[in-house]
Every structure is written in structure tokens, then in C-alpha cells.
Design a protein around this ligand. Structure first.
Ligand code: GLA
Length: 729
């Protein structure tokens, strides 16, 4: 898996279908020789022959045939002749930022060591991966970088992070400490990213690379609605099913940057990590700093191939706890049903109706605490509003019906109108001399402070320890401005954003350790913090506040580029643009549930909901453990979408097609993917039987005239292999 060739001084990391090769050049320069399809060779020096050709490429004084300006650098630094984006820039005690890392040693270990305090991919058995640690050091400042790589045996994933330690005698400041760099010898790629906003998250965007810098970032203190910490570089012309694709995802929930830079030689450098703007980390002698982990996927099978690698990896190596495998309860959430307007009896009536429909959990959303009846107050006052609610009676009655019970929190926030703020005005995120900005009438609570975390956790424990609560929805409804903490001295103020994120992780970690039975669902005004960092703590995230099934298609398709079905919160609501069948078919993709007042459903709608509940159970295993194939994507057309889940053994598949907008009586053939060409499948709904080959290479004929705007259909394929294809049973 990870092999060192002493003669060539190369280190080769193999996953089942990919190779990643490092080389240590004379002088101790660590280069990236190759990343792509798996290769048998380990001497790849022929791929890094580029020499400095002009006086404009500064050379190392002792190795005048080497310039970092033209070399594929594995962890490039600032100020030593590499003019592309650096991964590391350290302001040393002399005041300059020149940094020069040279190879010292490396070691290979079984398994994957812990990355304390940060979310990370994990293994349950050391045999599932190997880890390489390469130690580099700057001889002048004593700054040491340990580059840590894990190559997985069961998926084509390489995880990387960096541990920086000050081994010198004087304090230094990390001004840029990124998680990873990848230098590719071509610019023949398109960059794919996921942009968005509130109610329109993770929209697919594809652009050809151009010379210079291009990329995405967040400065919002959260990974954000605006850009997901994901990017893919796809070979020009690559499609959903063909071509080479590199996928990048940062396991982090705060400020980030991912850039692709094309230089004058038409090579491409991708770097990713914490956004250096608004970042600075003081490292006193002996202190260390660990970057967040970056996940790298390479697939030669197009975007779909890349996504399926991410999905398998995250289901197996990111999602933790009992809910990794246990069936998630089908829930109904009170938000769109009642907003702040509820009391004990109203919620009991929701539970009674829900029970009749087969729903398994009632979630009480915002509005149960302090004196909260609208969004102007009480965040931070996490005690039950007893004027509004008898929580004990509510939970007894919900549990008595056999339903589980869940509750909403927004722990990192504080309302100016709250008891907490009146007692501790200093606890909100702020800087001296400036009044904090408000957003949704709230401030952000400074969870970088241990005393603040202690208070919030104590309040949560007060409720969760007293009442038998099964689920928590953890919300985060604004971004950070005037980002500072009363506890941080001026020379550490650049640490605030990262310390805030570490504070959130510490709180969530404590919550799930203290209450291991809890199902935690993250949320941030829908999907404003939908990232692998949050998924390490919560096995599902509310995908978007937009529950319109047609809008949801582009959101869910975009989200699926790197996040599996098991993590995508998807509910049927009372939204009007499509009927209940379509709403159910779209929500079935994710962690299914309802977001409506069940008392308001008419008889026909109630029957549809009962059918949907039955289908949720019928298809649960297939959707959770099957592979996703995006068949017709919303970014390629605006009238039809289709996707399927195919069982691992290819014996079963569920195909869903949604007509977004009708075209004039057009006809199309829906070509399936991922089936066994030699197996005969029966379409359960029609009884027709076809070979996998026909379904994939010729397709199923679909006529437009049979459908109206916003309608959907599902086809359940079951392998039987018994009879002649094409003959109705
Ligand atoms: C956010 C969430 C919603 C709901 C409200 C409550 O917007 O995304 O689902 O919980 O907060 O205030």
C-alpha cells in the first residue's frame, strides 16, 4: 500500500485504483511526482525533469539545477523562489516570511492516528489503511512540518493533514498553514464547485481553467451557503460517466479556501485549507498546530465515479456512532407546521396524527425555551418556557404513542434580549470599541471560550439529562462579524476564527459522548454548514430550508457530488409547486421526513403519505447501501431529472424520474447505469422484463405527453434472470 524505494528515494501510496507518488530530490526537496490511475512503476523521476530555464526562476544556491518555481512541490513554502500559491508561510522572529522546508525522515504506520480536537476520517481496524508521515524542517527557523497521509485499502481516498511544530528558539506566526497542495502537469481541466445561498445551496458550476488564480473561499466563520468546501478538477471533456476526475473536500466547518492556479508553464496547482485571510497562529517554541484534514479522490470513471467513492468513504469512515448503521427514525418536524405558534396540546395533536400515518418521531423545532415566541429573543436561555409548554407531559405522551421525541437548539448564538446576555455581555463575539452587528436579531456566542462552553453544555445537560430526548437539531443561523474574543490577546487575535470552530467541535463532541443515544442533526439555516466536519459529529444535516421538490432537485444533485444519501435531510412539506407524490419521491433520496401540519392533510393526501411511509421502509436498505447513479442532471437540462440507486450485488435498483417542465411532446430514452448487462430485470410497476444491457445501452422509452410539470415516477427493477427479455410477465 505504501512503499518506499530507497534507491530512487520515492514513496508510493496505492489505493485500489490510484497511485500517489512522492520523491525526495537531492537537497531534500519533497516533490509530487504523480497522482492518478494506479501504476506498477515506482521510479517516476522521468515525470519531474523540468529544469529552470531562465534567470527568472531562482535556484537553490547549493543546487543550481533546481528551482521551486518549476518543480511540482509537495508542500510549497513562501519566499524561496516558488511564486505560485504557497501552502505554508511563516513570519519568523526576524520579521520576514521566507520559509524553506527540507526532508528529514519518514515513517509508515498501520492504521490512522487520531487528529485531536478535529473531525477526521477514521478506521475501525488498522488493516483498513496505512499512514505515511514525512517530516520536513526549516533549518533556519526550526519550523517542522509533518505531512500526514492516509491511503485507504477499501476506497480510492487519500487523506492529508499537516502538523506544524516550532522546534526553534523563538516564537513564529503561521500566516498561512494549508492542509494540502497538488501540482498537476497540465491545465486541461474544468473546475467544478458548488455555490449557493440560503434556500439555494450547492448549485453545480463548471468552468474551464484559465491562467492565474481561480477558486472559492468562505470568510463567514462557517463553511457557508455561499461555497461548499468541495471542488473537482475534471479532465476537459469528462462527463458524468467518463474521464479523469480529482475530487477535493476539506473536513472543516469554518473559513476555508480552495484555489486552482495555472502558471506560465500551463501546470495547475490546487491548494486547500483554512483561509489565510483573517488567520494567524502564534507558535511559541515547542508548540504545535494541526491543520484540518483534506480528502482527495481520484476517479477515471467521471464525476459519478468520484461521487460514489466519496459516498462509500463517508458512510464507512466519517459517520460514527450507533446511527452509522441503525435505521434512522422517520420524523415530522414542527417548523413549517407551526413556526413559533405551538403549545403542548398542538404538538400532541401532531404526534397523534403522525402516529396514524406511521411516522416515528416528533421534532419540536425553535420556540420552546426562554420566552421565545418569535426570533427577537431568548437564544442562550436554554430552559423550558413553562408558560407555553409542559415538556414532561408532551414527551410522556409522545413516547406513550411509541414515537421518539426530538428538540431544537442553537447553542452558538445569543440574543441581545436574553438573560444570558444581560448576565454576560462579554460572552458574545465582539471586538473592543465596536458594537456587534446583528443578524436575525442575534449575536454569536464566543464558544472559543471554555467558560462559555461550560455554561452552554451545562444548560443543555439540564434539559437533556432531565427529559428522555432522542434527537437534537443543532442550528446556526448567522455568520460571524467583528470576529474577536475578549480572552484573546492582540498577538493571538488571528486565532479567533479557528478557535471558534474548535469550540463548536468540542461542544458537539461532548454532547454526543455525554448522550450517546442521541441522533444529532446539524443545520445552519438549512445547508449553511453542510461539510464533512459537521458530519463527523452528526450523521445527518438539514440540506436546505427550501422544501419545494423542484428546487430541491438541483440542491440534492449538487449535494450528491460528494455527500451520500444517508446524510441529506429531506422532508415532504406543504409547498405547492408539485403534488405529494413528487415531494415524496424527491425526499426519499435523503433522510426522509415531514415538515407540515398533519391535521391539515385531506383524505387523499393521508393515503399518499401512508404509501410513502411504506415505500420509505421498502427502499431504505437499497438507498442507504446502494450506489447512486445520476442519470439526467439538472445542470445539463431544465426539464427532466433522473437518478437511481443500485444494490451492491446489482440485483435491485430504484430509478426516479422527475419532469420539471414539460417540453412539446418530446421523447427520450432513459439510459440506466450500474446494472449487470447479462442480468434480466423485471420492472415491478409494469411487469416488463429487460436485460441490463438494454436498460443501459438502449434505455427505456419515456414520452413527454404522459407527464405534466412537476410529476414524477419511480421504477423498481428486480433481477430475476429467468425469462426472455422484452416480454411482459
Ligand atoms: C433555521 C432552520 C429551520 C428552522 C429555523 C428555526 O432557519 O434551517 O429549519 O429550524 O431555523 O428558527
Amino acid at each position: 500500500m505504501i512503499a518506499y524505494n530507497k534507491q530512487n528515494h520515492t514513496i508510493k501510496l496505492d489505493t485500489p485504483n490510484t497511485s500517489y507518488v512522492l520523491g525526495v530530490r537531492e537537497g531534500g526537496f519533497l516533490l509530487n511526482l504523480y497522482y492518478g490511475r494506479r501504476l506498477p512503476d515506482d521510479n517516476l523521476w522521468s515525470l519531474a525533469k523540468r529544469l529552470p530555464s531562465a534567470s527568472f526562476s531562482p535556484c537553490d544556491p547549493e543546487h543550481t539545477d533546481f528551482s521551486a518555481d518549476v518543480a511540482p512541490m509537495e508542500y510549497p513554502t513562501n519566499g524561496r523562489g516558488d511564486f505560485r500559491a504557497a501552502a505554508l508561510s511563516v513570519r519568523n522572529a526576524d520579521g520576514n516570511t521566507v520559509t524553506d522546508l527540507r526532508y528529514v525522515s519518514h515513517r509508515v504506520i498501520a492504521g490512522k492516528p487520531d487528529l485531536p480536537g478535529l473531525p477526521q476520517l477514521y478506521v475501525t481496524d488498522d488493516a483498513q489503511c496505512e499512514t505515511l508521515e514525512v517530516t520536513l524542517r526549516d533549518p533556519y527557523t526550526g519550523v517542522e512540518a509533518v505531512l500526514v497521509y492516509t491511503a485507504f485499502c477499501d476506497c480510492d481516498v487519500i487523506a492529508k493533514h499537516v502538523r506544524l511544530t516550532n522546534r526553534g528558539e523563538q516564537a513564529v506566526t503561521l500566516e498561512r498553514a494549508l492542509s494540502s497542495c497538488l501540482d498537476l502537469p497540465s491545465m486541461g481541466f474544468d473546475l467544478i464547485t458548488l455555490w449557493g445561498r440560503h434556500t439555494k445551496e450547492r448549485q453545480f458550476e463548471r468552468r474551464p481553467l484559465a491562467h492565474g488564480l481561480q477558486g472559492i473561499r468562505s470568510k463567514r466563520g462557517a463553511s457557508s451557503h455561499s461555497h461548499n468546501p468541495f471542488a473537482a478538477l475534471v479532465q476537459t471533456g469528462a462527463t458524468e460517466t467518463t474521464g479523469e476526475v480529482y475530487g477535493f473536500n476539506l473536513v472543516y466547518s469554518g473559513n476555508f479556501v480552495i484555489t486552482a492556479e495555472v502558471d506560465h508553464d500551463a501546470t495547475t496547482r490546487v491548494v486547500m485549507g483554512i483561509d489565510p485571510e483573517d488567520f494567524g497562529w502564534l507558535l511559541a517554541p515547542g508548540e504545535s498546530f494541526a491543520t484540518p484534514e483534506a480528502v482527495h479522490v481520484f476517479s477515471a470513471e467521471g464525476l459519478g465515479g468520484m461521487s460514489r467513492v466519496f459516498h462509500r468513504c463517508y458512510d464507512a469512515h466519517l459517520i460514527r456512532g450507533r446511527w452509522q448503521t441503525e435505521k434512522r427514525p422517520l420524523l415530522i418536524n414542527s417548523w413549517e407546521a407551526a413556526y413559533f405558534d405551538f403549545d403542548t396540546d398542538k404538538l400532541i395533536s401532531f404526534a397523534e396524527r403522525a402516529k396514524e400515518l406511521g411516522i416515528e418521531m416528533l421534532v419540536m423545532d425553535d420556540g420552546w425555551f426562554g420566552k421565545r415566541n418569535d426570533d427577537t429573543n431568548s437564544l442562550g436561555d436554554w430552559f423550558v418556557n413553562e408558560k407555553k409548554l409542559d415538556l414532561g407531559r408532551l414527551i410522556d405522551s409522545v413516547h406513550g404513542m411509541g414515537l421518539k421525541f426530538g428538540i431544537w437548539y442553537e447553542p452558538e448564538m445569543i440574543s441581545p434580549d436574553s438573560e444570558l446576555y444581560r448576565t454576560h455581555p462579554d460572552w458574545c463575539v465582539h471586538v473592543p470599541g465596536r458594537a456587534p452587528s446583528v443578524a436575525r436579531q442575534q449575536y454569536v456566542l464566543d464558544v472559543s471560550r471554555p467558560d462559555v462552553r461550560e455554561n452552554i453544555f451545562g444548560q443543555m445537560r439540564g434539559v437533556l439529562g432531565r427529559y428522555p430526548i432522542d434527537y437534537v437539531k443543532w442550528d446556526f443561523n448567522r455568520n460571524l462579524s467583528e470576529a474577536g474574543s475578549a480572552l484573546l490577546p492582540a498577538d493571538r487575535s488571528g486565532e479567533f476564527f479557528h478557535r471558534f470552530v474548535l469550540g463548536t467541535y468540542a461542544l458537539q463532541d461532548r454532547l454526543i459522548r455525554g448522550f450517546p443515544h442521541l441522533l444529532l442533526e446539524n443545520c445552519s439555516g438549512g445547508g449553511g454548514r453542510f461539510d464533512p466536519g459537521m458530519l463527523y459529529y452528526s450523521p445527518q444535516i438539514w440540506t436546505s430550508d427550501n422544501t419545494d421538490p423542484i428546487d430541491r432537485l438541483s440542491i440534492q444533485f449538487g449535494t450528491s457530488l460528494c455527500y451520500p444519501a444517508s446524510v441529506m435531510g429531506a422532508h415532504v412539506s406543504a409547498s405547492r409547486r408539485a403534488g405529494y407524490r413528487t415531494k415524496g419521491d424527491v425526499a426519499l433520496w435523503g433522510t426522509f421526513g415531514y415538515e407540515l401540519d398533519p391535521n391539515k392533510l385531506n383524505g387523499e393526501e393521508r393515503e399518499i403519505v401512508k404509501e410513502q411511509v411504506a415505500q420509505y421502509h421498502k427502499y431504505y436498505a437499497l438507498i442507504r447501501s446502494g450506489s447512486l447513479y445520476r442519470l439526467i442532471c439538472p445542470w445539463n437540462n431544465d426539464y427532466v431529472c433522473a437518478w437511481s440507486f443500485v444494490a451492491e450485488d446489482k440485483r435491485e435498483a430504484l430509478v426516479t424520474v422527475v419532469r420539471m417542465r414539460r417540453q412539446d411532446d418530446t421523447l427520450f430514452h432513459l439510459k440506466l447505469q450500474g446494472l449487470d448487462p447479462d442480468t434480466i430485470y423485471t420492472v415491478e410497476e409494469t411487469g416488463e422484463r429487460y436485460s441490463g444491457a438494454l436498460l443501459m445501452f438502449a434505455g427505456l422509452e419515456m414520452t413527454d405527453s404522459a407527464w405534466d410539470d412537476g410529476e414524477s415516477c419511480k421504477l423498481h427493477l428486480i433481477a430475476d434472470g429467468a425469462a426472455e427479455p422484452g416480454v411482459p410477465a
